[in-house]
Design a protein around this ligand. Structure first.
Ligand code: 6PG
Length: 242
């Protein structure tokens, strides 16, 4: 197996970070042959990346027909709720580009419990993958995008929760960590990515970014993709070390 390489890419500001990540993701999708699967991050940082991907100059080049879109986590709110990660990606990208509806795989957040949603999404992922056991020689995702919380969480894997130790399930319900219930991929599923790209911007993330990259045991530090771990950061988050 190829040696995994970590790379930090420092950009002048959030706009340059989003542009750099969009160009990288577009190039990766174009270079791939056949189906290409992307697991999207929630929160606010990725929004500009999604807008640039579906914006002039990139929209025409991106291979929308063969790219599938998944989510790393979701707030358990209706898909029209402003808190919804699906709603953010739909408004910023999926509604602005020629995306085949069958290529969009949101986490269900209506008509059942968070646990039922997690089980349903796990079934959907296994159906897409074609197996119920992950094989590191065959990644589940080509690219997983992730954000970094100031407490070191990523997706909805929060510090000091049992979710961090899940090794069997691919998707779990997360309750009690935030006011709203969440549904999140677990480390086995997140780490079944060929590439992971963290998107980290702003001076408020500087301290946690340094700790995570130093290997201190925060949830985000447990993300270990199969091939490449990239950090798209801006200078404010990178600090002097950037
Ligand atoms: C979410 C995300 C979460 C996010 C971080 C960073 O649903 O909120 O999955 O993990 O990526 O909290 O969020 P910002 O990009 O808004 O700083």
């Amino acid at each position: 197996m190829a040696e995994r390489a970590d790379e930090i890419l420092v950009h002048a500001d959030p706009e340059a970070l989003a542009r750099g990540a969009a160009d990288w993701l577009c190039a990766a999708a174009i270079a791939a042959t056949g189906s290409f699967s992307v697991c999207l991050a929630g929160g606010s940082t990725p929004k500009r990346l999604y807008e640039l991907l579906s914006g002039p100059g990139t929209r025409e080049r991106f291979p929308w027909q063969r790219v599938h879109w998944f989510w790393g986590d979701e707030r358990f709110v209706p898909p029209t709720d402003p808190q919804s990660n699906y709603a953010m990606a739909r408004a910023a990208m999926l509604s602005r580009a020629p995306v085949p509806p069958e290529n969009v795989h949101p986490m269900p957040t209506e008509g059942g419990s968070p646990a039922e949603s997690a089980a349903a999404y796990e079934r959907a992922l296994q159906a897409f993958y074609g197996a119920s056991a992950l094989d590191p020689r065959r990644p589940l995702f080509d690219v997983t995008l992730l954000g970094l919380g100031e407490d070191g969480h990523t997706a909805s894997l929060f510090p000091a929760t049992s979710a961090l130790d899940e090794r069997r399930r691919w998707v779990i319900a997360v309750t009690g960590a935030k006011p709203e219930a969440r549904v999140s991929l677990t480390f086995p599923a997140l780490n079944a990515s060929r590439n992971v790209a963290f998107l980290v911007a702003g001076v408020a993330k500087r301290a946690i970014l340094e700790k995570v990259r130093r290997g201190e045991d925060y949830p985000a530090a447990r993300v270990k993709p199969i091939l490449r771990l990239l950090w798209f950061v801006d200078r404010a988050a990178a600090g002097d070390g950037g």
